[in-house]
Ligand binder design. Structure first.
Ligand code: ADP
Ligand code: MG
Length: 331
């Protein structure tokens, strides 16, 4: 295999506890790959192993064809950004960013040039002389990003870099990271537990659960073809029906559980579809998410909020139209 990054059969345990097992995935040059999974599934440990901050028990990490497992973190040329920024509090922005280059003993003029360039890239030139305590969370994270970028890493690892920030800043920095990553054609592994972040940012998503890779593909394929029950539950807000429940609603026979997306069900007049009753709703901005009951089966149904006519009270009788093509059996 000639991928830029190739991870094969990677394993890590702490004592008797397996943290991750048989991890296989790759990334091509310039690709933005997201490791997505619930808290505790082993994402951070995997990133730390790639960076060399934690040792692996077995397996290979090929970066540009070279196995980096035996190398110290310094020799790997990998940049890592943490959720907690990890800036030096007693150093200005400029000196935080310059730190890695000073360790490499580069000439002062070269350091100054590169620090200037990268501060421009993250739009922090005006903050060069400030200290971390004089910055917002989003600005601190941009300093952390700059500090990684300035070393011109072969691979950038981002461990939930947006999780500590409020929603508006999070979206802005997310777009900024993606823009910079594309501009530099920097191969990037981004860790998150947030499915929306993963779906909007990534070229490809590697979905993890309990230390194993569950599915690997683009956002579209993860969303429309969940590999198993876990994937169906974690990505989007699927309705998971037993085979019997699905048969009750459609009249067809199924041999496994069935996943049905809330947006794949439409309302119609009660006599024109499966009769159902509204149990409640929540307003998600442009979408109304209904809880409905049909044949004793409870379902989520998402409806676009176009006019007051789209809002139905509890107890209201509707008909359901199910698009059978969107029902998927999952193992
Ligand atoms: N140094 C360690 N010693 C023992 N167990 C650890 C250590 N670091 C992480 N773990 C355990 O490994 C599991 C995965 O942790 P982590 O990689 O941080 O998951 P995630 O980043 O997906 O939330 C957790 O159960 C955690 O308690
Ligand atoms: Mg983590």
């Amino acid at each position: 295999m000639s991928s830029y990054l190739n991870v094969t059969q990677l394993n890590k345990s702490y004592g008797p506890t397996a943290i991750f097992q048989d991890i296989d995935f790759s990334a091509s040059e310039g690709e933005f790959v997201t490791l997505l999974g619930p808290s505790g599934c082993g994402k951070s440990t995997l990133l730390r192993c790639l960076a060399g901050l934690t040792s692996v028990d077995s397996g290979q990490i090929l970066l540009q064809g070279q196995d980096i497992v035996p190398l110290t973190p310094q020799k790997r040329s990998i940049g890592m950004v943490f959720q907690s920024y990890a800036l030096f509090p007693n150093m200005t922005v400029e000196r935080n960013v310059a730190f890695g280059l000073k360790m490499q003993k580069l000439a002062a003029a070269e350091i100054q040039r590169r620090v200037g360039e990268v501060l421009e890239l993250v739009e922090l030139n005006d903050y060069a002389k400030r200290y971390p305590h004089q910055l917002s969370g989003g600005q601190c994270q941009r300093v952390a990003l700059a500090r990684s970028l300035v070393t011109q890493p072969r691979l950038l690892l981002l461990d939930e870099p947006l999780s500590a920030l409020d929603a508006r800043i999070r979206r802005h920095l997310r777009d900024q990271i993606r823009r910079i990553q594309k501009e530099l054609n920097l191969t990037t592994l981004f860790v998150t537990h947030d499915q929306e972040e993963a779906l909007t940012l990534s070229d490809r998503i590697v979905l993890m659960n309990k230390g194993k890779i569950v599915q690997n593909g683009n956002a579209e394929s993860l969303y429309t073809q969940p590999a198993d029950l876990f994937a169906a539950g974690f990505i989007g807000h699927y309705n998971l029906l037993t085979a019997e429940q699905a048969s009750l609603l459609t009249g067809e026979r199924y041999s496994a559980q069935v996943a049905l997306r809330p947006e794949s069900v439409q309302f119609c007049a009660p006599q024109q579809g499966v009769p159902a009753e509204i149990l409640g709703h929540s307003l998600l901005g442009n979408v109304i998410r209904y809880r409905v009951k049909a044949h004793d089966v409870e379902l989520w149904v998402d409806v676009l909020n176009r006019s007051p006519d789209d809002l139905h009270p509890v107890g209201y009788q509707v008909g359901l139209l199910l698009d059978k093509l969107t029902l998927r059996e999952v193992a």
